[in-house]
Design a protein around this ligand. Structure first.
Ligand SMILES: [Zn+2]
Ligand SMILES: [Zn+2]
Length: 211
């Protein structure tokens, strides 16, 4: 057997000549101390492993509960989320445009600085156009509430909306909106899909703007 080279004791750091290759301590007393140290290290390792496993189990539990909760939620919950995501996208898409109805570009003084997403054909009368991008535009809160800047009559606000659409996109665009459309039958999964789609579209829009 090859004669072991001298090495430093793990405990006192003094040089010594080990009897065997696996000896890391200069004397039995330091060997005992070193063994304690190794055991302590292993204990820490085992504890770290246990904590990690516990955290993972808790995370899995949270995900399971979240999934179960999602399954319990009614379709209306996702419909509202889809509408919110769609509206947010429309507002961002039209960020540089004025209110489609009254043409106002600077409503902060007028309406508290918040814009709405207004539907041309109302979602009540035309639910099939609820998530139709051509039917939704950035609108000031006042116009969306049916009380335009220049008039208090809702019919006239709608007419202003139509005039705004013609001016921006042309008569054909409005004719298409006024024509009949295929009825939709959205289910819970559709709302989730629409929500995710518009969240992604908004994200992409913001990414492009930042670039
Ligand atoms: Zn030693
Ligand atoms: Zn307006």
């Amino acid at each position: 057997m090859r004669k072991p080279a001298r090495r430093k004791c793990k405990v006192c750091n003094e040089w010594f000549l080990p009897q065997y290759d696996n000896i890391r301590w200069c004397c039995p007393a330091h060997g005992a101390i070193y063994a304690l140290e190794l055991r302590a290290k292993e204990k820490i390792k085992a504890e770290a492993k246990r904590i990690k496993a516990q955290k993972e189990a808790e995370k899995e539990g949270r995900q399971r509960r979240k999934k179960r909760l999602a399954e319990l939620r009614p379709a209306g919950y996702y419909k509202a989320q889809a509408q919110q995501a769609f509206n947010a996208y429309i507002r961002a898409r039209d960020a540089d445009l004025p209110c489609i109805s009254c043409g106002e570009t600077n409503p902060p003084d007028l309406h508290g600085g918040q814009w709405d997403c207004g539907h041309f054909k109302t979602v009540g009368a035309n639910p099939e156009l609820r998530f139709e991008e051509r039917n939704a535009h950035k609108q000031c809160k006042s116009c969306n509430a049916g009380a335009g800047k220049y008039t208090a009559k809702e019919a006239t606000v709608a007419q202003q909306y139509e005039a705004g659409l013609v001016a921006r996109y042309g008569q054909e665009y409005v004719d298409w909106l006024n024509a009949p459309h295929e009825m939709t039958n959205y289910r819970r999964d559709d709302f989730i899909r629409i929500r995710d789609e518009y969240r992604a579209k908004l994200k992409e829009l913001k990414r492009q703007e930042a670039a």
